[in-house]
Design a protein around this ligand. Structure first.
Ligand code: TYD
Length: 205
């Protein structure tokens, strides 16, 4: 394969459909014989597992404060890059991640401010493309409720609405430094959203 491997991040509020779109994009790339690795943050590594426990309402003893979490997400990201993302890219494998730096700007930006979150995350490799699934907080809440999942710490309407505001300013800061960001209407049918993402990825290749 002559094309270099791509690093692609999918972003959006909880319930915006990121996990589905990561899977569909990977399936599409695989069908075109592009070697691809799907991954996610928080990761399944040691720091990511600690974060998932801290976010779970079922484990009150594991809860960590909003001033601690930003460091953990950044540590998990460093681990993610060193252990998986950078070696895979080096090996010519395209990496599609479910969440990356913008999630920290949005979710941790809410507690420590977008600028402070940006500072913590400034050194991490920028993706070749960041896809943002735009879905209203109301629709996200509907989808989360329909899934019947236990709500995580960030999943209530007021909070999602505030997180969306931080997402917007965080993404604008990343765009200003040169990141390529594609905003997609995530309320459209799943396959339409997938087509938009594929078209953008095809342009990069
Ligand atoms: P999520 O993608 O919802 O994981 P899953 O669907 O597998 O449970 O991520 C869990 C939560 O972590 C989600 O509410 C967003 C939050 N999060 C942050 O607050 N900061 C970050 O940097 C990242 C990557 C995620």
């Amino acid at each position: 394969m002559t094309n270099p491997a791509l690093f692609i991040a999918i972003e959006g509020l909880d319930g915006s459909g990121g996990t589905t779109q990561v899977r569909l994009l990977a399936e599409w790339l695989t069908a075109r014989s592009v070697p691809v690795q799907c991954t996610r943050e928080p990761t399944d590594g040691p720091v990511g597992r600690l974060i998932r426990r801290a976010l779970s309402p079922q484990d009150p003893a594991a809860v960590l404060g909003d001033t601690v979490l930003p460091y953990l997400f950044a540590a998990d990201r460093r681990d993610h890059l060193d252990r998986l993302v950078l070696p895979q890219l080096q090996a010519g494998i395209t990496v599609v991640t479910d969440r990356y730096v913008p999630s920290s700007l949005a979710y941790q930006g809410l507690s420590i401010g977008v600028e402070a979150a940006l500072e913590l995350n400034a050194g991490f490799r920028a993706p070749d493309l960041t896809v943002v699934l735009e879905v209203s907080p109301e629709e996200c809440m509907r989808r989360i409720a329909a899934r019947g999942d236990t709500l995580e710490r960030f999943e209530d309407l007021d909070r999602l609405t505030a997180i969306r505001t931080c997402y917007a300013s965080g993404l604008a800061r990343l765009e200003a430094r040169g990141d390529l960001i594609l905003r997609v209407d995530g309320a459209r049918p799943v396959h339409e959203v997938a087509d938009r993402i594929r078209a953008a990825v095809a342009q990069l290749r």
